[in-house]
Ligand binder design. Structure first.
Ligand code: GTP
Ligand code: MG
Length: 350
């Protein structure tokens, strides 16, 4: 399925129903007073951050969100029906920007919403209030008011929805370094891993269970290459998905199995992050020295450690699962996230 993480959407809440013009008609009351009811409220449009939605693809196929108008007022002082809000599920991590009245208007830089918590709601557009029925216009001088007001229009605008994955840890590395293989081994997520570059085409978040009901989320993004900050490869597209991670794991092919040097890889990855966004380079990080089962890895790792004595280096083989528990321990000690009471009640989800 197509992965969509940025999309322009037009939303229009429901208009309010019109007020009604009506007069009481009863058998023995020939000239009853006004009894036209008010119009109902139009439906709001509400965004809801939902666990089960992982991209904005649904909006790609239907980028126009509408909510129903309120019912018109009726005689006998009956108010028009107010419309139910339209709820739109979006992935957790959706940021909303307003984008003016036409599809190509400039997008405002300051976001108006950041749906970062499961279940979080945001009223995108308010439905219009209903108009007033003619009962409101009765006065001592006008006993037969024919005046009513129309329903108010629902709010409408263009918006830009942008998805920024939220995870505790982001895996960064060259294509084929073994990021997806590692995520498979530490979580229930099953990102595809294969011996060719750019196997991963969009971010995938896995949940790592830790001792004492703690857990952490780890985002696997497509491999970076030199020039990623400048939109080479798939890099740029996805670097923004790790801007909100608390810490980063640099996954390196320590065996240099594709003729590259782990030291060069590390330095150019750091450089790409810095050029893309200095806050990325400032995040806490550690080195995952992967592919330690392959020849040359031990020696490269030693050289690497001598060159960067202050870095935390965790030697592993994601393929054979060696050292993977050390990664989990590291996460438990450094990046923790308690499970909410609500989730505890539901129990573990398969
Ligand atoms: N020998 C060995 N091979 C590994 C190890 N980890 C991963 N691989 C292999 O390396 C290849 C690439 O692994 P992936 O997990 O797809 O790499 P990736 O970093 O996710 O790659 P992209 O998604 O393309 O960025 C696969 O064929 C894996 O089987 C390891 O520890 N040892
Ligand atoms: Mg991958």
């Amino acid at each position: 399925m197509k992965f969509v993480d940025q999309i322009r959407v037009h939303a229009k809440a429901g208009d309010g129903g019109n007020g009604c013009c009506s007069f009481r008609r009863e058998k023995f009351v020939p000239r009853g007073g006004p009894d036209g009811g008010d119009g109902g409220r139009g439906g709001d449009i509400i965004l809801v951050a939902d666990h089960d939605v992982d991209s904005l693809v649904a909006l790609f196929f239907e980028p126009l969100i509408r909510s129903k108008r309120g019912g018109h007022g009726k005689g006998k002082d009956k108010m028009g029906r107010s419309s139910e809000p339209t709820r739109v599920k979006v992935p957790i991590g959706t940021i909303v920007h307003r984008a003016g009245q036409t599809s190509h208007d400039e997008v405002e830089e300051e976001p108006i919403a950041d749906l970062s918590e499961p279940g979080q709601e945001f009223i995108l557009c308010k439905g219009g209030d209903g108009g007033k029925g003619n009962t409101h216009f009765k006065s001592s001088t006008n006993r037969v008011p024919r005046q009513v007001t129309k329903g108010y229009p629902g709010e409408e605008s263009w918006y830009l929805f942008e998805l920024r994955t939220i995870a505790d840890i982001g895996l960064v590395g060259y294509p084929n370094a073994g990021k997806s293989t590692l995520l498979q081994k530490i979580s229930a997520a099953r990102p595809k891993a294969a011996p060719y570059p750019f196997t991963t085409l969009h971010p995938i978040v896995g949940v790592v269970d830790l001792p004492d009901y703690h857990r952490a989320t780890v985002a696997d993004i497509p491999g970076l290459i030199e020039g990623a900050h400048d939109n080479r490869g798939l890099g740029h597209e996805f670097l923004r998905h790790i801007v909100r991670c608390k810490s980063l794991f640099f996954v390196l092919d320590m065996a240099g199995s594709e003729g590259r040097s782990p030291i060069d890889d590390y330095q150019s990855l750091r450089k790409e992050l810095r050029l893309y966004d200095p806050t990325l380079a400032a995040k806490p990080f550690c080195i995952i020295a992967n592919k330690m089962d392959l020849p040359g890895a031990e020696e490269n790792c030693k050289i690497f450690q001598e060159r960067f004595p202050k870095l935390t280096i965790i030697p592993i083989s994601a393929e054979t699962k060696t050292g993977v528990n050390t990664v989990i321990d590291y996460i438990a000690k450094n990046v923790l996230k308690p499970i909410s009471d609500e989730e505890l009640l539901v129990g573990p989800v398969e």
